[in-house]
Unconditional design. Structure first.
Length: 284
């Protein structure tokens, strides 16, 4: 139940943020122009690194759209390096351009077929395009390249859940948390998988500690609310819902939880897995 980013607090803040974004893009283009104009033999490599740093700052600063052309320029300078293509894919995923992201990850894999980051990225894009079987193949390949990688284990778990193989999915989440106990994505997904199979007390135990931590997000609290609601503890469900929404919105979720409680286990599980609030899908 992820929520969108908070709005910019003022028009002045928005304009300042926009100026910073355009400054980053302008700086990157100035570097690229300097590179294309000639210089020392090592200049291209140096400019490649500078472009990647500028693009990374833009993407990590919440501006993936402006990061893409900078990464593209870096790729033109060093076309044999898959990293810019991977970063383009990650940026496109952030903006919801899922098919284009998948294509960029595939181009990166042509350069380095076993690149774990590209494989994980392609897996995520395929999940967003409702192709969990193909996604699982990518995560399995990533695990062959980097055995025990918590991110690939978590992604494989999501794919297995969507394929209706929750026992295998839960084993993957558990393995991910053994490798990286602080992996919030794996904890959230493990909790949601337990909820979808009716194991509410275990899900609550798994999510309770994480929900109270400073790094917790609305998805953790939303999953915990769902577990409490399906267990029948509506006051606790309301408490966690109200952490992120107003009373009318929370009441709508409580009504949904009540509907799920009255459904058969099969219908309940299918509803949770089809609900983008719990299993987000990207734009196609």
């Amino acid at each position: 139940m992820e929520r969108g980013k908070e709005p910019v607090e003022s028009i002045a803040a928005f304009k300042g943020a926009r100026r910073v974004r355009w400054w980053l893009l302008g700086a990157a283009l100035a570097i690229a122009t300097s590179c294309s104009a000639g210089g020392e033999s090592g200049g291209a490599a140096n400019n490649y690194e500078a472009l990647m740093r500028v693009a990374d700052r833009a993407r990590e600063g919440g501006d993936p759209s402006n990061a893409v052309p900078i990464y593209q320029r870096a790729h033109e300078i060093n076309p044999r390096e898959p990293e810019p293509l991977v970063r383009i894919g990650q940026s496109l995923l952030q903006t919801g351009n899922v098919p284009q992201a998948a294509a960029s990850f595939q181009e990166a894999l042509k350069l380095r077929p076993s690149d774990p980051e590209a494989l994980r990225g392609l897996g995520g894009a395929l999940i967003a395009m409702d192709q969990p079987e193909l996604a699982l193949e990518q995560y399995e390949a990533a695990l062959r390249a980097e055995p025990g990688d918590a991110r690939a284990l978590n992604g494989a778990g999501v794919a297995l859940d969507l394929l209706g193989r929750p026992a295998e999915a839960q084993a993957r989440y558990d393995a991910a948390l053994k490798v990286d106990p602080a992996n919030l994505a794996a904890r959230n997904n493990f909790g949601l998988s337990l909820i979808s199979t009716g194991r509410y007390p275990e899900a609550i135990l798994l999510l309770q500690d994480a929900a109270g931590q400073p790094g917790a997000n609305s998805r953790t609290r939303g999953n915990l609310a769902l577990a409490y609601g399906l267990q029948g503890d509506m006051p606790q469900a309301m408490r966690w819902l109200r952490a992120d929404m107003d009373d009318p919105s929370a009441q709508r979720y409580l009504a949904y939880f009540g509907q799920l409680r009255g459904a058969t286990p099969e219908v309940r599980t299918a509803s949770i897995r089809a609900n983008p609030e719990y299993y987000p899908r990207g734009r196609r």
